[in-house]
Ligand binder design. Structure first.
Ligand SMILES: Cc1cc2nc3c(=O)[nH]c(=O)nc-3n(C[C@H](O)[C@H](O)[C@H](O)COP(=O)(O)OP(=O)(O)OC[C@H]3O[C@@H](n4cnc5c(N)ncnc54)[C@H](O)[C@@H]3O)c2cc1C
Length: 429
């Protein structure tokens, strides 16, 4: 059945996946509302890679030029010892393991680009969050913390690792979250080392501290990772998180004491586990998950942003290709994305022990290998192998050329579909 009413999609989360999906849905003729918990677009943050299929997706969106203009343009990276001496510099062709066309951008810059690109075509509601979802098979009734209840045709959870939509529609996060045995913290610090597009790493057994500077930022960013089993803390209690970080790095040398001191006052302090989200399915009825909410591969994958951009392209494309039929579209979206997601999650899992070496001996050996590498005949082979490994994940999907533009029609099922069977889908926040 075709009507003139546009299909109205609610997206929860204005990070990377949400605005990217909003772009495509608008292009295909959908009415889109994005609800974001933060009071305004979230800027700042760490640097993220755009590689392989994600470059392709960003090009098709028309934002790759803006991404390149905001590139971190990093030059080099080096390991330092306790005294700050550069003990091993990464050869340029190994640093970042990028190939032509790949780029790196601050996450906040990318979020800003995507928001600016879509804000005139899409309704953004900031400072609000979904509290309940009730899917009756023909639409979803949604309540919010702040604004009045509304009804939507489809709801997309693009609200990140700790997704509210996932909890409401699929149940508690503990059912899907796998801890990879480490924690990560990221925050702004003064650029006391005078870095210029350089990244310094300091390794201790089971821990890694990293500081880098990017263009257009008078300060620098710190990123600290450490091995640990699951820790108990309240996600709102940043004082406790700062204390956990300080404990983990209590014996570390180099600039780490200064970084910990800076963490105490950093307004953009971030702390979370290296977690993976593993789910058997990403949709239930008219509710579907996207990006980290569906399949977080942890920051160790270096592919979370790419998968968010690619997933948005595929989900919108499959909706358009299925004439708006959500059940067909969601099944195809998942079939397209699964192998790509699985490959990147596997890589992240393997990368954690390599990133956080367990002993001083292993760390010294890595420094030695890196120092010797530029003089070795097999240097090019190592660089090639590293790039191939990284590219395998980034290119583990080929983007289909979806028909465009989709004519705006409201898809209605021939007969009303059964409501979501599980009460979890109807629960309140
Ligand atoms: C320290 C660190 C380093 C990283 N490095 C890389 C890297 O090098 N390369 C890479 O590709 N990826 C990296 N990532 C991962 C990358 O940031 C994520 O995978 C990516 O941002 C996922 O996009 P998303 O839109 O799915 O989720 P997010 O970017 O997390 O966006 C989710 C949005 O939803 C909002 N939200 C949350 N809850 C609600 C709610 N209840 N209601 C409404 N809105 C809500 C949030 O405020 C946020 O704006 C890194 C992550 C971290 C933490």
């Amino acid at each position: 059945m075709t009507t003139t009413r546009r299909t109205h999609v609610l997206i929860s989360g204005a990070g990377i996946a949400g605005p990217a999906l909003a772009h495509w849905l608008h292009r295909y003729g959908y009415a889109v509302t994005v609800v974001e918990r933060a009071p305004q677009p979230r800027t700042g943050g760490y640097k993220v890679d755009i590689r392989g299929a994600a470059v392709n997706a960003a090009q098709r969106m028309g934002v790759m030029g803006a991404v390149r203009r905001a590139s971190t343009d990093m030059r080099t990276g080096a390991y330092v010892d306790d005294g700050g001496r550069r003990v091993a510099t990464l050869p340029a062709d190994i640093f970042g393991a990028r190939v032509d066309g790949d780029d790196e951008i601050m996450r906040g810059d990318l979020a800003r680009i995507l928001y600016t690109h879509t804000r005139d075509d899409v309704e953004y509601v900031f400072g609000d969050s979904i509290t309940s979802l009730a899917d009756d098979g023909t639409g979803v009734d949604v309540t919010f913390t702040r604004t009045a209840p509304r009804r939507f045709d489809l709801v997309v959870g693009a609200d990140g690792l700790h997704s509210t939509v996932r909890r409401l529609a699929f149940g508690d996060e503990s059912r899907y979250l796998r801890h990879l045995g480490a924690y990560i913290s990221a925050f702004s610090v003064p650029n006391e080392l005078g870095l210029d597009r350089e990244e310094l790493y300091y390794a201790a057994p089971g821990a890694l501290a990293c500081v880098y500077s990017t263009p257009d930022d008078a300060g620098a960013k710190a990123m600290l990772c450490f091995r640990s089993p699951r820790l108990a803390y309240d996600h709102r209690d940043t004082d406790r998180q700062r204390a956990l970080l300080a404990d983990a790095f209590a014996n570390a040398g180099w600039q780490v004491p200064g970084l910990l001191a800076a963490s105490r006052t950093a307004e953009d302090f971030y702390f979370d586990g290296l977690h993976m989200i593993e789910m058997d399915r990403w949709s239930r009825g008219r509710v579907v998950l996207l990006g980290d909410a569906a399949h977080c591969a942890s920051p160790a994958s270096g592919q979370g942003t790419g998968m968010a951009l690619v997933g948005a392209y595929v989900l919108a494309g499959e909706l358009a290709a299925a004439g708006g039929d959500p059940l067909t579209a969601f099944a195809r979206y998942e079939a397209e994305m699964r192998p790509y997601v699985t490959e990147n999650q596997r890589m992240a899992e393997n990368f954690v022990p390599q990133m956080l070496l367990g002993s001083r001996r292993a760390i010294r050996f890595r420094h030695l290998m890196l120092r010797m590498l530029p003089h070795m005949p097999w240097k090019n082979l190592v660089a090639k192998k590293l790039a191939e490994d990284v590219q395998r994940g980034a290119n583990a999907i080929t983007l289909k050329p979806y028909a465009s533009p989709y004519t705006p029609t409201t898809w209605e099922p021939a007969a009303p579909q059964p409501a979501i069977p599980e009460p979890a889908a109807l629960c309140a926040d």
